[in-house]
Design a protein around this ligand. Structure first.
Ligand code: SIN
Length: 512
């Protein structure tokens, strides 16, 4: 293929970023396409760059971490062509071979844990302890799928014709486009990529433009692990709408896996209809967290804090509505606020002792502020926080607790994606299950109860794809991760994750 060449050497790396990493080879500022880093000789890379910033330092000029080069439409097409060409041979590799590739990546991530966590903490803002946790979580998907890769099995099915037999063969679907968000810059890639590789698929990955540096560092580890060229392509670009449309409409891409908002999921589904792609979507949530009157209140308080304020409330599975039985409401609210007051240290991710970081950007801040203002104007009481903390930087917001929240308030109806915990009083199991399910989305839900009959009853009645019972922390590689209703479809991780990247072929053997 002849490719026109335009190139600018405009990408830059700040001295701060360079000084903070031990393995500087992890710092990359151009896309990784067909086994090569974008350069004047092999891509159509334009002069367009975009800036990656540290949300903790925004809006200071010191916030700038790097400028990275945007891939063009032609680069994406080149990457799809490379992935299609690589698929021709990669689809026939053995599970054991792919397992070894995944194990190498797992080990490489752990070997570079500190640096990868530093990149995450810098571009996402989460505290270093959380960032280290994310690296281990992200790597665990490669370990998990390395184990799944050699265990892909079909079946033999009895035919209604006595002289025939039916075989079901599982085969990789083809080129997969992977689009990921900024809240888990590595884990949302590895949960998809691990399954795709285990299945024998090839990939074109578009990470969020807020957090491309972690994704490009992962591409460097892919290069070192000697994946065949074209199997993993990582392309950065800050025009998500252009890239999403291109990937959805290209007939060579057979599957789209996306984590992000329900609004964008609906658009991608529409755009994929002309080529009828297989889709896996992990979209928005509005997680209920129910504390029944028979719960252990101290444990429920700890679980609610862990769930609500993980990554400062910026995960799709964060508790969004905390329902507390009226008989323990006052005790729960007092202990919840007390524990936050004593345990929380707000600050920049890299600062020692910090437990909670900033919001990613001002758009998130606007939503947080609007939810608090709307709730308090409609009668909610401010139990903790409530104001921005400009002394720390424009993206910081105090962890906030609202009491007496009711269903008319925006914070009840919409995912806040920020550090605000709304407490809602309830009186009966039937009422709270009805309130919990009163939303178009259903990703995660949680409840605390010691009554085993209730545990089964409520777990079965809640309209969510995942439920935490007596725990606020559900995420791990073994969990079938995904939602119902407008939270999307498909399951990631677990023994089901690989199936999303495969098709079943039925083979009828006649004349047996
Ligand atoms: C998400 O927020 O989309 C994923 C959270 C997780 O994997 O725990």
């Amino acid at each position: 293929m002849t490719i026109p060449r335009f190139y600018s050497t405009a990408s830059t790396v700040s001295a701060r970023l360079t000084s903070l990493l031990k393995n500087r080879d992890l710092i990359k500022t151009t896309s990784y396409i067909n086994g090569k880093w974008a350069s004047p000789t092999n891509t159509t890379t334009s002069t367009t760059t975009f800036t990656v910033t540290d949300p903790a330092l925004y809006p200071s000029p010191q916030a700038e971490l790097a400028t990275v080069q945007s891939s063009t439409r032609e680069d994406f097409q080149h990457a799809i062509a490379a992935a299609e060409s690589a698929f021709a041979s990669f689809k026939s590799t053995t599970g054991r071979y792919r397992s070894n590739l995944l194990y190498s990546l797992y080990q490489a991530m752990l070997d570079n844990k500190q640096d990868l966590a530093t990149l995450i903490a810098l571009e996402n803002g989460k505290p270093m302890s959380d960032a280290m946790g994310e690296v281990v979580y992200a790597a665990s998907f490669f370990q998990w799928f390395a184990e799944e890769s050699s265990r892909i099995t079909g079946s033999i099915i009895a035919s209604s014709n006595p002289t025939s037999r039916i075989l079901s063969l599982k085969q990789p679907i083809g080129v997969c486009a992977i689009m990921t968000p900024w809240n888990f810059p590595l884990a949302m890639i590895t949960r998809k990529l691990g399954a795709a590789i285990a299945a024998g698929c090839t990939t074109v990955i578009k990470p969020a433009s807020e957090t491309p540096l972690s994704a490009l560092a992962l591409a460097h580890l892919v290069e070192n692990a000697q994946f065949p060229a074209g199997v993993v392509n990582v392309l950065v670009n800050d025009d998500a709408a252009m890239v999403g449309k291109l990937l959805c409409e290209d007939p060579r891409v057979r599957k789209i896996s996306f984590t992000g908002s329900t609004r964008v999921g609906k658009l991608l589904m529409q755009q994929s209809s002309s080529t009828l792609k297989k889709l896996s979507f992990e979209l928005g949530g509005n997680a209920p967290f129910i504390v029944f009157d028979d719960a252990n209140v101290d444990k429920a308080v700890a679980g609610a804090i862990a769930s609500k304020f993980r990554s400062s409330g910026q995960t799709c599975v964060c508790a969004n509505r905390i329902f507390v039985h009226e008989s323990i409401y006052d005790e729960f609210a007092a202990k919840f606020v007390e524990k936050l007051k004593s345990d929380v240290v707000l600050g920049a991710g890299l600062d020692q002792g910090v437990t909670h970081g900033p919001l990613i950007h001002q758009k998130s801040m606007d939503k947080v502020v609007s939810h608090i203002e709307d709730a308090t104007s409609k009668g909610a009481t401010l139990l903790l926080g409530g104001s921005k903390r400009p002394d720390l930087g424009d993206n910081f917001h105090d962890l906030t607790v609202l009491g007496d929240v009711t269903p008319e308030m925006l914070i009840f109806q919409e995912e806040t994606f920020g550090p605000v915990a709304p407490l809602i009083k309830f009186t009966s199991e039937d009422q709270v299950v009805q309130l919990a399910n009163d939303t178009e989305v259903g990703l995660a839900g949680y409840f605390y109860s010691k009554d085993i009959s209730r545990v089964f009853r409520v777990a079965e009645a809640m309209d969510t794809g995942m439920i935490g019972v007596n725990t606020g922390a559900i995420s791990e590689a073994a969990l079938p991760f995904g939602g119902v209703k407008e939270s999307g479809f498909g399951r990631e991780g677990s023994m089901y994750g690989v199936d999303d990247y495969m098709v079943i072929k039925g083979v009828v053997l006649g004349d047996v």
